[in-house]
Write a protein that binds this ligand. Structure first.
Ligand code: PEP
Ligand code: MN
Length: 283
């Protein structure tokens, strides 16, 4: 197979995701927040919604530090069935209230067609997580909705598989897709995953879709989050999604990779400084 055949095969697999001309970058709006290849969007919040007070407290702190979108998981796809599974619709209500109180659009993960429809009553953006990147029925259903979708890369997916999953959503008519690199599984096990920053550059080369990086899941350690966030901006990402917890040691999930609010605040300040050199806007 020569290079041209190989290229055309890829275009056939994801024609709607493929970039049509050099400066082709689509815009995705989430409430008043925009992903447009110019703004650097900061999504922050706890891994899981744990209680009303926790959500209100974290929403207030991340809003004050300059976050643009509030995250919080209510349907948690945990590796073990004995781990905390999320507060489900009650959790969505808490996330919704916190977003409303602090004027932050919200994003939350859905793991099935059924909870996608429950989440649509509350959320501004749905997240399809790494474990469901291959759930084609869920992707098609998300494609039938107009809601913006944050599609995370599976830890075992190559770029073609990732983009073909995005194509499932676009092919059903929903073009509001933001991709998320969240680390892949490699032979290196010293950190939770390996952040594949090459992919950010490749996605910008091949597609018109925005892409962000999740340095929390990509590394598994809170002390790596700032540097990987900066590196993400340098390679051209459109934003980051950072797990923030007011008491990481007591978090019901992912405490080890959650930054405290004070650190989150200084990460945002440092990203703002860097944005001046990288031609990015953080409003
Ligand atoms: C998450 O963002 O809460 C999450 C579970 O991430 P991932 O799907 O990337 O593992
Ligand atoms: Mn998490």
């Amino acid at each position: 197979m020569n290079i041209i055949d190989h290229e055309s095969r890829k275009i056939n697999n994801y024609p709607k995701v493929y970039k049509k001309f050099k400066e082709h970058f689509s815009k995705v709006n989430v409430g008043k927040v925009v992903f447009d290849n110019e703004h650097f969007v900061i999504i922050a919040g706890p891994c899981s919604v744990e209680s009303y007070d926790q959500m209100m407290e974290i929403a207030s702190l991340v809003k004050n530090s300059g976050a643009h979108i509030l995250r919080g998981g209510a349907f948690k796809p945990r590796t073990s069935p004995y781990s905390f599974q999320g507060l489900k619709e009650e959790g969505l209500k808490m996330l919704f209230e916190a977003g409303k109180a602090y004027f932050l659009p919200i994003v939350t993960e859905v793991t099935s067609i059924e909870n996608l429809h429950i989440a649509l009553k509350y959320t501004d953006m749905i997240q399809i997580g790494a474990r469901n990147m291959y759930n084609y029925e869920l992707l098609k259903e998300a494609g039938k909705c107009k809601v913006p979708v944050l599609l995370k890369r599976s830890f075992q997916a190559n770029l073609d598989e990732f983009l073909t999953s995005a194509e499932y959503i676009l092919s059903e008519g929903n073009e509001n897709v933001v991709l998320c690199e969240r680390g892949i599984r490699t032979f290196e096990t010293s950190s939770r995953n390996t952040t594949d920053l090459n992919t950010v550059i490749m996605v910008k080369e091949r597609t018109h879709l925005p892409i962000i990086v999740d340095p929390s899941h990509a590394t598994g350690y809170w002390y790596m989050v700032e540097k990987i966030s900066k590196a993400s901006m340098v390679v051209g990402a459109d934003g980051v999604m950072i797990e923030v917890h007011n008491f990481p040691e007591r978090a019901l999930s992912d405490g080890e990779q959650s930054v405290k609010p004070e650190l989150f605040s200084s990460i945002v300040e440092n990203l703002k400084k860097l944005s001046k050199f990288e031609n990015r806007r953080i409003d």
